[in-house]
Design a protein around this ligand. Structure first.
Ligand code: ATP
Length: 328
C-alpha cells in the first residue's frame, strides 16, 4: 500500500445485477463511514448515476430499516457509457464536484473490471464488495446474495418435487447462472436433485440420458437442475432434446427466473454484507485500494482486482462428486 491521505468522503454504489443483501452492505458502509467521521454519499443507479450526477449525502438514519430488504435502495444499472474513457472522465468530474475522494463498489466481476480501470485512470481509491447471486468471484467463499438465492431456488425445487412425485414426472428446472453453475450445484445438492447441467462441465444430452437410464426405475420423480448458461441451452431446450430420444417420463419444465433475485436476505448474506461493508471502509482508511474484500475460511481477505479478473471461480469438485453418489 502506498502512502496517500486518508479519504474524507466516500461514495458508494451498487452495480450489475441486484442481489439480496446489497442493502445490508450499504448500511454497513454508511454507518462505518459516519462512525469514523467520514462523509458518505450514495450514488444512485450504479456507474450511470455517477455519470449523470445522481448523488445524495447519506447519514446513519438514511439506512435505517433496510437491512432486511432485498434489492438495493441505491438502485443498480448497467452503464455502457462507463465503458468509455469519456464516460469515466465525466464520472470523475462528478466525484470532484461532490468532494468524493474514494469509492466503494458493490457488484460483480464486471463492476470490478470497471472499478479497476477507473482507479488506474484517475487514481481514485476503490474497494469492491462482492454483491452478486452468482458466487462467481474467486478468492471469496461466498458472494452477498448467493445464500438467499440458493435457498429460494431450493424451496422452489422442494415444491416441484411434491408435484413431480405425485405424477411420475421428469422435471427440468432452470436456475440462474449464465457462466457459473454454483446456484445449480448447491441447489441440486440441497434439494436432492438427480442431475445438474452447468456451463463449467459440458456433458451433452447423451450423458444425461445415460444417467437417466441408470437412475433407479422405482423413483417416482426425477429432477434435473439446468443452469441457464448450460451449453445445451436452457431447460426448455434440454427437455426438448431429451424428450426426442427418451420418453419414459411425463416431462415438465420450470424456469425459476427473477424470483431468485428477490426476497429478504438470509442470515448468512446479512452477516457477510455487514462484515465486508465495515471492512471496505476500514480498508480505505488504512490505505487499501483496487481490492475486493471477501471471506475465505472464516477470515476476511482482500483480493487485488487484477488477480480477481485473471481467474474464474471453479465449481466445488467435492459437491459435484457427492451429487453422483447421493442421486442413485
Ligand atoms: P453480475 O455478476 O450480477 O452480472 P457484474 O458486476 O458482473 O454483476 P456487469 O453488467 O458485467 O455486472 O457490469 C456492471 C457494469 O460495470 C457495466 O454495466 C459497466 O458499466 C461496468 N463495466 C463492466 N466491465 C467494464 C469494463 N471492462 N470497463 C469499464 N466498465 C465496465
Amino acid at each position: 500500500m502506498s502512502f496517500r491521505p486518508a479519504p474524507a468522503h466516500i461514495g458508494v454504489l451498487t452495480s450489475g445485477g441486484d442481489a439480496p443483501g446489497m442493502n445490508a452492505a450499504i448500511r454497513a458502509v454508511v454507518r462505518t463511514a459516519r462512525f469514523n467521521n467520514l462523509e458518505v454519499s450514495g450514488i444512485y443507479g450504479g456507474y450511470e448515476g455517477l455519470i449523470k450526477n445522481e448523488v445524495r449525502k447519506l447519514n446513519v438514519r438514511d439506512v435505517s430499516n433496510i437491512i432486511q430488504r432485498g434489492g438495493t435502495m441505491l438502485r443498480s444499472a448497467r452503464s455502457a457509457a462507463f465503458r468509455t474513457t469519456e464516460g469515466r472522465t465525466v464520472a470523475k468530474a462528478t466525484m470532484d464536484r461532490h468532494g468524493m475522494d474514494a469509492l466503494i463498489v458493490i457488484g460483480g466481476d464486471g463492476s470490478f473490471a470497471g472499478a479497476a480501470i477507473f482507479q488506474a485512470e484517475h487514481g481514485i481509491p476503490v474497494i469492491g464488495i462482492p454483491g452478486t447471486i452468482d458466487n462467481d468471484l474467486p478468492g471469496t467463499d461466498a458472494t452477498i446474495g448467493f445464500d438467499t438465492a440458493t435457498n429460494t431456488a431450493m424451496e422452489a425445487v422442494d415444491r416441484i418435487r411434491d408435484t413431480a412425485s405425485s405424477h411420475d414426472r421428469l422435471f427440468f428446472v432452470e436456475v440462474m447462472g449464465r457462466t457459473c453453475g454454483a446456484i445449480a450445484l448447491h441447489c441440486g445438492i440441497a434439494a436432492g436433485a438427480e442431475y445438474i447441467m452447468v456451463p463449467e462441465r459440458p456433458q451433452g444430452i447423451d450423458e444425461l440420458i445415460t444417467a437417466l437410464e441408470n437412475t433407479e426405475r422405482s423413483k417416482s420423480s426425477v429432477i434435473v437442475i439446468v443452469a441457464e448458461g448450460d451449453e445445451e441451452g436452457g431447460a426448455y431446450e434440454v427437455a426438448r432434446k431429451v424428450k426426442a430420444r427418451y420418453d419414459h417420463y411425463d416431462t415438465r419444465v420450470s424456469v425459476l427466473g427473477h424470483v431468485q433475485r428477490g426476497g429478504n436476505p438470509s442470515v448468512a448474506d446479512r452477516v457477510l454484507a455487514s462484515l465486508t461493508g465495515v471492512a471496505a471502509v476500514e480498508r480505505l482508511l488504512s490505505g487499501g485500494s483496487a481490492e475486493m474484500v471477501g471471506q475465505a475460511n472464516g477470515k476476511l481477505v482482500f483480493i487485488p482486482f487484477r488477480s480477481l479478473l485473471d481467474q474464474s471461480q471453479a465449481l466445488d469438485g467435492e459437491l459435484l462428486r457427492i451429487l453422483g453418489i447421493l442421486s442413485i
